[in-house]
Write a protein that binds this ligand. Sequence first.
Ligand SMILES: Cc1cc2nc3c(=O)[nH]c(=O)nc-3n(C[C@H](O)[C@H](O)[C@H](O)COP(=O)(O)OP(=O)(O)OC[C@H]3O[C@@H](n4cnc5c(N)ncnc54)[C@H](O)[C@@H]3O)c2cc1C
Length: 405
Amino acid sequence: MPIQPSVIIAGGGPVGVIAALAAARAGFRVTLLEAAAEVDRNPRAATTHPSTLEMIDRVGLLDRFMQEGLVARHFQFWDRETGQMVAEFDHGLLANDTRYPFVVQTEQHKLAAMGMEALHALPHATLRQGARVSAFSQDALGVTVTIETADGAETLKADWLIGADGGRSMIRKGLGIEFEGFTWPERFVVLTVLDDMQALMGCALRVYLAGQGGEWANLFKVAGDDGKGRWRAVFPTRKDETDEAALSDAGAHARLQGLCPNPGGYDLVHRNIYNVHQRVAAKFRVGRVFLAGDSGHVNNPIGGLGLNFGIHDATDLVDTLSAHVFGGAAEASLDGYERRRRSLNIEFVQRQTTENKKRLEETDPVERAARLDELRVTAADPVKARTFLLRSSLIESVRQAAVIA
Ligand SMILES: Cc1cc2nc3c(=O)[nH]c(=O)nc-3n(C[C@H](O)[C@H](O)[C@H](O)COP(=O)(O)OP(=O)(O)OC[C@H]3O[C@@H](n4cnc5c(N)ncnc54)[C@H](O)[C@@H]3O)c2cc1C
């Protein structure tokens, strides 16, 4: 019996889970190691773009992913100063570009959970929750990984290691790779309400609101674990505002009422606050070890691009490794992964999310009006709108990846 090529994946977030499923389906023996005993259910990413839906389909999860989420064909930009919609974009314009001309809003913990369930059904895949990678090394023959579990330390061996262990990645740090970029001075507050914002405001299921005095907002609907629907509103903290003030009842309700007055008061069910960064790892590969997802790049969430790009990393990496291991591609072809993912992250994710943030937070009246007018003109012209959507949905990034060797 030939020995089956093997891969260890550190980190069972959505990127690690998709990488594990894709690798197992490609023929690798897979071990997925997740430090936490359970999937993290805190509100994080939800917006899943057409190009990513195609990848979720490839690993066999799309039907369930769509059942557990909400289909959103349109998204909108609003102006908080006038309380009016500025522009609406219709993914239907991408009907000839993708099988899925819409976005699906499914919370990321659902993707991780359903992916873990699917892994259990694959005979050569092993999922270990409560297994934290604490050390690793590599030589010409393979990688050696040490894990800490409730039963003590253990050593595992494989041919390849994927670090999908999030923004604070110990794999990235262990490789001595610089996380280049910066951290924004403000933090982002996320407030989840049960109120029907579509009924209150007459908006789409995903809305980006340009600031009033710079205080922008994002608003989007998710299904929730009960399927009954809930809305998440994201705001920047103000200069000198403490976390306690931003998260207090008074602070949270004032923000929500400022977004849209609700005479009955908001049914606020969750609140959190987090730091926001724009950073890209200086390298995505060192020998037999690769970075994918947040371990390789982090960005502000305006536009919903970070997790999507991470899933693209996972797909690209498994295709690249498979072509080398099973298809006879030269070892040097593995560097193509870094060439594609690093440059495309800078071009499509770092640049777009920074532009998105600047557009919404602009306070200079002339510049602000110009940015909003540009959106109006773009949305009104089907050719321009399609070009805009090809970038915002990362289809253009996938097309460019195909021509970077
Ligand atoms: C609070 C918050 C809110 C966010 N909101 C949004 C949003 O609204 N929209 C958006 O697009 N993006 C958002 N993001 C970003 C988005 O959540 C990430 O892009 C996404 O989670 C990346 O997935 P990942 O699998 O790469 O990393 P993660 O989801 O971070 O998963 C990494 C996993 O690795 C595990 N791990 C870590 N260290 C080890 C180790 N040593 N050994 C084993 N396992 C380990 C962790 O437990 C974790 O499960 C948010 C992020 C945060 C933190």
